[in-house]
Design a protein around this ligand. Structure first.
Ligand code: KG4
Ligand code: ZN
Length: 338
């Protein structure tokens, strides 16, 4: 049957998103960002689930309209089962269940972390797909993982953060510097104008392929407090150099672990995903590693790398092909492994 249309719904954190895919092609990909959290410096779960409730119907309508698809044409509905904030997940899953029941079409549950990785399999002009096996580095405000991907649904987490996610490390550092939330993109912007070796921050000593970022945040806080005692204008006078040095340290931490992962697995294909993959430092470091170590790296189109529903849709399509469906009694899960 050539007419496979999947409606995908993502509501795991603070973005309400819906997409329509025709097989592995994205017809529409709509995201409503919840700006309300910015004033609190982080996501407030209660506010997130309320905003999802307000946004979900208009976002799904917009996705169907942009795709020029009637809901009666849909083949299946895919939704994010977890991991994520429970109140947020429930809004998406309840809506998906109701609509699938009403339309009498299959319901497909998707793991958000698998979706970040499988986003690389969305058909997109000018973007190459990795081949199995490959390593995935998923880096965002909520996640930091290195995953060995053997096949679509055969993957193992071989390293992950033991405390903060890398996006949090960027955002919390930015907060110390007085920058607004989310500060990751601003650190990146100033870093490009500064000297990455201006200030040295010690890297955490974590065995194996796991990460830790909370110590770095504390080191930056003490460093800034000390420097401000000597010179109250320290941040203003050194913003670019401070940002460049912080970014350099974070990228070094990521690259050290990636190099170890390549060494341990013998796999040189690296696919990145998550909001932090927009960072210029990681992109440059990966490009350099292609030349220096013969790696092949994959960076997806940006709209498929931050939280979005197209990535839920591509997993939905894969599960549709194998008839991997759920009943309405499927439950949302705040925490799930693969
Ligand atoms: O994937 P995402 O949109 O949402 C989740 O957290 O799941 O990622 C958002 C994170 C934030 O922490 C943000 O500061 C960070 O990605 N980020 C960046 C950049 N762009 C976004 N961090 C560093 N450099 C960037 N250019
Ligand atoms: Zn995510």
């Amino acid at each position: 049957n050539p007419e496979v249309f999947i409606l995908a719904i993502e509501s795991s954190c603070d973005d309400t998103a819906a997409a329509v895919l025709q097989k592995d092609k994205v017809l529409s990909n709509i995201v409503a960002n919840q700006l309300i959290h910015n004033q609190y410096g982080g996501v407030v779960p209660e506010l997130a689930s309320r905003a999802h409730q307000q946004n979900i119907v208009p976002v799904i309508d917009a996705a169907l309209q942009k795709a020029n698809i009637q809901k009666e044409q849909l083949s299946a509905i895919a939704f994010t089962q977890g991991p994520g904030l429970m109140g947020s997940l429930l809004v998406g899953s309840s809506f998906a269940k109701s609509l699938a029941l009403a339309l009498k079409i299959p319901l497909i549950a998707v793991n958000h972390m698998q979706a970040h990785i499988l986003a690389h399999f969305i058909h997109e002009e000018g973007f190459e797909k990795p081949t199995f096996p490959f390593l995935a580095l998923t880096i965002s405000g909520g996640h930091t993982q290195i995953v060995k991907v053997n096949d679509f649904f055969d993957m193992t987490i071989i390293g992950e953060t033991t405390d903060d996610a890398v996006g949090e490390a960027f955002d919390k550092s930015a907060k110390i510097l007085g920058l607004p939330y989310p500060g990751g993109p601003l650190i990146d912007k100033y870093a490009q104008l500064g000297n990455p070796k201006a200030f040295a921050f010690t890297k955490p000593k974590v065995p194996g392929l796991d990460f830790s970022f909370s110590g770095l945040k504390t080191a930056i806080l003490y460093f800034i407090q000390k420097k401000k005692l000597e010179n109250p204008n320290f941040i203003e006078e050194n913003r670019n150099d401070i940002c460049a040095s912080i970014q350099y340290t974070i990228i070094e931490i990521l690259m050290d672990k990636l190099k170890l992962a390549v060494k341990e697995t013998g796999i040189k294909q690296i696919a990145i995903g998550g909001g932090v993959s927009a960072n210029s430092g990681i992109r440059n470091a990966l490009a350099e590693a292609e030349n220096k170590y013969g790696w092949k790296t994959f960076v997806p189109k940006f709209e498929y790398t931050t939280d979005n529903a197209a990535m839920i849709g591509i997993v939905g399509y894969q599960k549709f092909l194998t008839g991997n469906f759920e009943t309405s009694s499927v439950v949302s899960k705040a925490r799930i492994q693969f």
